[in-house]
Design a protein around this ligand. Structure first.
Ligand SMILES: [Fe+2]
Length: 155
């Protein structure tokens, strides 16, 4: 199958980006306390970015003759990003740490995508993966700085 591994990563990303979008929406709603308004608005920016990436990867998959997952059930089943019921009373740092861990799942998908798209010669998918990975690494840096941590350091 042409671009078989690239297609699989694009479909994994379709599921993971969909789950990420729902989780970011949840954070947008369940934040409280210090910096509420700033974080609340920032989550809208992040979700917009994730939704743009979602549309781009799903459509790329169609362009190379694949079929993206497209139901909430498929997203939840395929994604490695957990669905966690909304809960009041979490400190904002906990929400932000979860957000960083979600961004790291996406970065890992994109890294895998860069590797397989390069191997399979799908340079357009590779370019999409590289740009999206760079955007997410920027978001991780900003959120880690909010937590007073270095970009790569979760300790
Ligand atoms: Fe809103």
């Amino acid at each position: 199958m042409q671009y078989g591994e690239t297609k699989e990563v694009l479909n994994q990303l379709t599921a993971d980006l969909s789950q990420a979008s729902a989780a970011i929406h949840q954070i947008h709603w369940y934040l409280r306390g210090d910096d509420f308004k700033r974080y609340h608005e920032l989550m809208d920016d992040f979700r917009e970015d994730v939704e743009e990436q979602l549309d781009e990867v799903a459509e790329r998959l169609i362009i190379i003759d694949g079929s993206p997952v497209s139901t909430l059930e498929e997203f939840a089943e395929k994604s490695t990003i957990d669905s966690i019921p909304g809960e009041w009373g979490k400190p904002n740092s906990e929400h932000i740490e979860r957000l960083v861990s979600i961004f790291r799942v996406l970065v890992s998908d994109y890294s895998k995508g860069i590797e397989v798209a390069s191997k399979e010669g799908d340079d357009v998918s590779e370019d999409i993966f590289i740009n999206a990975k760079g955007d997410l690494e920027l978001h991780i840096w900003m959120m880690q700085a909010e937590l007073n941590k270095a970009p790569k350091n979760d300790a």
